[in-house]
Design a protein around this ligand. Structure first.
Ligand SMILES: Nc1nc2c(c(=O)[nH]1)N[C@H]1C(S)=C(S)[C@@H](COP(=O)(O)O)O[C@H]1N2
Ligand SMILES: [Mo]
Length: 258
């Protein structure tokens, strides 16, 4: 039974990830191992009750709402159209040429088109977005589970954080693209998705097309829009300002849990 599930899972991933990755998949057993994840869970056994509570609350689900609760419009904040020629070209082509790159501390770097991302296990959720600037909105998001993507890329044991590199430059000279990061606990949380739909429609450009992060127990600025590349790292030391995000480098908290 277990073997069968594993096989079909493998076939699914092989199909999803294309021929090159399929070759690599067949030669390697690591998919079924996801080595470091059980290790993280396993450490719970040696922890005090207080710490276990903390971990349990970190696994808790963010509140979900119903269609009746949806905000009439989901506003855009921050960048509404990335000011880069590369992004403009992608958008002009309906994002057909878009590929999400996943690299850094992974055993199997992957590169996925939007249709490949749509073929990954998905989740749909109606949640409330809270921005530190003092507004909230309830939206319905559909996207690929980040956990499924990471399982395909196989994080190395040293990987501690997932960094999201975005398309929008934050300086007028076209440099310093927006970026954000989360830890593995949030990365593997069931509500953490790479969304390609908002309110049953293709994700609009002002809300982060073609792909934006939803990390539902964190404040708005953690939800990276226009995600182009995902990098697994052990620390933020060598990344930009070293604080794990564009706003974090300007003094915002890295941990924006709510
Ligand atoms: N790439 C990128 N991601 C971003 C931002 C941004 O300016 N660029 N703004 C952040 C902030 S502060 C918020 S509140 C949300 C806004 O998402 P929305 O435009 O869908 O409302 O995106 C976050 N992610
Ligand atoms: Mo925000």
């Amino acid at each position: 039974m277990k073997e069968r599930a594993e096989l079909s899972r493998r076939r699914f991933l092989a199909r999803t990830l294309g021929a090159t990755s399929a070759l690599a998949l067949s030669g390697c057993d690591a998919l079924s191992q996801t080595e470091w994840f059980p290790k993280v869970l396993g450490t719970g056994e040696q922890l005090t009750e207080a710490v276990q509570h903390l971990i349990a609350s970190r696994r808790a689900m963010a509140q979900e709402f119903t269609e009746a609760d949806l905000s009439p419009t989901f506003r855009s904040n921050g960048t509404a159209m990335p000011a880069s020629p590369e992004y403009a070209a992608l958008a002009a082509g309906g994002f057909d040429a878009y590929r999400l790159e996943v690299g850094g501390l992974v055993k199997r770097p992957v590169s996925l088109s939007l249709s490949e991302l749509r073929a990954l296990p998905s989740r749909t959720q109606i949640t409330r977005h809270d921005c530190v600037e003092g507004w909230s909105a309830i939206g319905k998001w559909k996207g690929a589970r980040l956990a499924a993507l990471l399982e395909a890329a196989q994080p190395k044991t040293q990987a501690r954080f997932v960094v999201f590199h975005c398309a929008d430059p934050m300086e007028s000279d076209g440099t310093s693209p927006y970026y954000e990061s989360i830890d593995m606990e949030d990365a593997f949380h069931p509500q953490t998705i790479l969304a390609y739909e908002l309110n049953d429609r293709t994700l609009p450009i002002p809300n982060g097309a073609p792909l934006r992060l939803r990390v539902e127990r964190q404040l708005g600025y953690k939800h990276a829009k226009y995600v182009m590349r995902i990098e697994l790292v052990e620390s933020f030391k060598r990344i930009r300002g070293g604080k794990g995000g564009y706003w974090e480098d300007q003094g915002y908290e890295w941990w924006a849990g709510i």
